[in-house]
Design a protein around this ligand. Structure first.
Ligand SMILES: [Zn+2]
Length: 206
């Protein structure tokens, strides 16, 4: 077990766990052949500094809990999509519900149900995008890999896809079919193009 931990440290490197090896260890080990440490630095401290600036300028104390546009957005978690900027939204105007792919999962339906029933939203916008990470991995191979590596197959679907437009259509259909999202009059779906920032609307018929 100890050997495994050491091997892991040598392979990955870490800035938070100082290397416990002595100079002799280093000389005698395979460290010279090991890959470069990944130079990962946690961001939390910098984020707290940024938050201090945010607090200094904070002016939203009067915002109510219900989104003022009565809007819920379901989007992929992709780091290239700043949903507030893409849609011109301000604080307090919309619920933003995100996961890998912007997939309509049971948990997204849970959030939308709460959003509509208790916080009065009446419109849903879906935003998937081009060059999504979920286009680059197959459902079956992903599950087989995990099972081989850790001994258990995930009990959840990865929800990988090939065509982002088809994937939005799938999500629209799930919203239409669920009984827990009651207000369906204003649901629209879009694909965000990560190369130019434009939204392309997706019709149900395709
Ligand atoms: Zn994505």
């Amino acid at each position: 077990m100890h050997t495994c931990i050491m091997a892991s440290r040598i392979t990955r490197g870490s800035d938070t766990n100082p290397d416990p090896r002595t100079a002799a260890d280093v000389r005698d080990s395979h460290v010279m052949e090991a890959p470069e440490p990944d130079r990962f630095h946690p961001s939390a401290d910098e984020l707290l500094e940024a938050n201090a600036d945010f607090v200094a300028e904070f002016a939203d104390a009067d915002l109510g809990v219900a989104p003022t546009r009565r809007l819920a957005v379901v989007a992929c978690m992709d780091s290239r999509m700043d949903m507030f900027r893409i849609l011109g939204l301000a604080h307090g105007e919309a619920h933003i519900i995100r996961n890998a792919g912007g997939v309509i999962t049971d948990d997204v339906i849970r959030s939308l149900c709460l959003s509509q029933r208790f916080l009065d939203t009446r419109e849903i916008i879906l935003v998937h995008h081009t060059d999504c990470g979920l286009q680059k991995v197959g459902e079956d191979e992903f599950k087989a890999e995990l099972e081989a590596e850790i001994g258990v197959k995930p009990w959840w679907a990865l929800e990988s896809f090939t065509d982002p437009y088809g994937d939005v259509r799938q999500s629209l259909q799930r919203l239409w079919m669920t009984p827990f999202v009651v207000y369906k009059e204003h649901i629209r779906g879009f694909v965000y193009d990560v190369t130019d920032g434009r939204l392309h609307e997706v019709g149900l018929a395709g």
